[in-house]
Design a protein around this ligand. Structure first.
Ligand code: FCB
Length: 481
């Protein structure tokens, strides 16, 4: 069998999940509600009224899931810690007591992984904020960032003897804008000024959290995961379209990269949003805190973004909800909602209705090569939802022939390879997701797993894409389709 291009020796092939999406057991061992428990229990917020109450039952089946990863030859597992399991009585003023049973769960998961030869990569915040903090203002309130750092120190202290990678936040763009402006994610608020306060407090949480992890686990790598957008103007020769792209690049990419990599907010973003807020929540010294050394930067990439100005001759009826995570009535694009349109790209799409263009992956990795020189890169998520069909194999066992997902992964892994060839220091790739799971506002209606989950029986069935991915991991080179 011929194989395609090889990756550098030591490249890591992993898979990813997030606590609320897979764990279930939401009342177990002292856990209190997160914003996603409350949001998903609110009628009309999640497709089908689905919640994470049971999800993949990973909280109780993690040993089986680790064994499955081991059989597939996966080398790393990126999972997140549910904050409300660790400090269930947190208030804006104080972290409250640590729930040992919560820590014990993650500790057992880490031990199980290490025993299976799988490297753990821990995300400290993948969106399940304790509801008590939201009730007091959530990410729009500075104290949430302060409590986050204390919580991060507890987790790093408990796991840092074995975990070598801690990711402070997953996709703060989604937490801030989808949660506080578009309202399509928890906590479901539609308050543009609060969304920008959330942007800053998430940046601050990353900075304070990085310091806290370093204190508690000096040997560990500290990283941040961003969902950067590959934004292009529909008409490159139109100054108005180019300006629309600048605005979206500012809100999605530079408002995080600026403070994190350089200790400054981009002046044009402050200007674009001046009608929404004066940014008075940024206090003296904050930007130095946000601007911490990074041991790695994580990129999540799914889909390209093309924009035009509303003044473009091609402008159509505005699509304010074009955010990739559910079209709400309110726009996530604070300060630019009325000025920018998102262009429907021709060509194939995934079940999320996301356009497919792997070049964005290469472009973004090259951008990080240039903007964050010396910082190792990881693809912390990439994958696709498709309407999988379970068939019966010749042996009577279930099979999922998800050729579309395999093709998607093949094209995107090739795009990572292109970036590596051009000098991007990419060290790892994590497929989203190990398992079909609770896809936020879409509930269980969208399946991203390389392993199929039968939600009635909790049976796991590796799809064809998992078998392909397993060959990729084994050979460290692209297998044929
Ligand atoms: C990302 C999230 C992840 C999953 C994928 C499809 O934005 O980080 O939890 O929902 O999208």
């Amino acid at each position: 069998m011929t194989t395609g291009p090889a990756f550098p020796a030591g490249f890591t092939w992993g898979s990813a999940t997030a606590s609320y999406q897979v764990e279930g057991s939401v009342d177990a061992d002292g856990r209190t509600p997160s914003i996603w428990d409350v949001f998903s229990a609110t009628p009309g917020k999640v497709v089908g009224g689905d919640t994470g109450e049971v999800a993949d039952d990973h909280y109780r089946r993690f040993r089986e899931d680790v064994a499955l990863m081991q059989r597939l030859g996966l080398q790393a597992y990126r999972f997140s810690v549910a904050w409300p399991r660790i400090t269930p009585a947190v208030t804006p003023e104080a972290l409250g007591p640590v729930e040992q049973r919560g820590l014990d769960f993650y500790s057992a998961l880490v031990d199980e992984l290490l025993a299976a030869g799988i490297e753990p990569a821990v995300t400290l915040y993948h969106w399940d904020l304790p509801q008590a903090l939201e009730d007091a203002g959530g990410w729009a309130d500075r104290r949430t960032a302060e409590r986050f750092a204390e919580y991060a120190e507890v987790v790093a202290g408990a796991l840092g003897d074995r975990v070598k990678t801690f990711i402070t936040l997953n996709e703060p763009w989604c937490s801030a804008y989808l949660g506080y402006a578009a309202g399509v994610h928890a906590p479901g608020r539609t308050e543009p000024a609060a969304a920008l306060a959330a942007v800053h407090h998430l940046n601050l949480a990353h900075g304070l959290g990085s310091r806290a992890v370093r204190r508690a686990a000096p040997e560990a790598r500290v990283a941040l995961t961003l969902n950067l957008a590959w934004v292009r103007p529909e008409d490159e020769s139109s100054p108005a379209d180019v300006d629309a792209a600048r605005r979206i690049d500012g809100l999605q990419n530079r408002v995080f990269l600026g403070p994190v990599l350089r200790g400054e907010y981009p002046a044009d973003v402050l200007e674009d949003t001046a009608g929404v807020t004066d940014w008075a929540f940024v206090r003296d010294g904050d930007l130095d805190v946000v601007h911490q050394p990074l041991d790695a930067l994580g990129l999540n990439y799914y889909s390209p973004t093309v924009v035009r100005s509303v003044t473009s001759p091609r402008a159509t009826e505005a699509r304010p909800g074009a955010d990739g995570h559910g079209a709400g009535a309110a726009s996530p694009w604070v300060g630019s909602a009325e000025l920018v349109q998102f262009v429907d790209l021709p060509g194939p799409r995934t079940a999320m209705d996301w356009a497919i263009d792997p070049r964005g992956m290469t472009e973004l990795l090259l951008r990080l090569r240039d903007e964050a020189p010396g910082v190792p890169l990881m693809v912390t998520e990439n994958g696709a939802a498709y309407p999988d069909e379970v068939e019966q194999g010749p042996d009577g066992e279930p099979r999922v022939h998800d050729a579309d997902r395999t093709a998607y992964l093949h094209a995107h892994v090739s795009a990572v390879h292109d970036a590596v060839q051009q000098g991007a220091d990419v060290r790892a790739y994590f497929v989203w997701s190990l398992l079909d799971n609770f896809e936020w506002a879409y509930g269980y209606s969208k399946r991203f797993g390389v392993v199929h989950v039968d939600y009635g029986t909790q049976r796991r069935t590796p799809k064809d894409s998992a078998l392909w991915y397993s060959r990729l991991a084994a050979g460290n080179a692209l297998p044929p389709l």
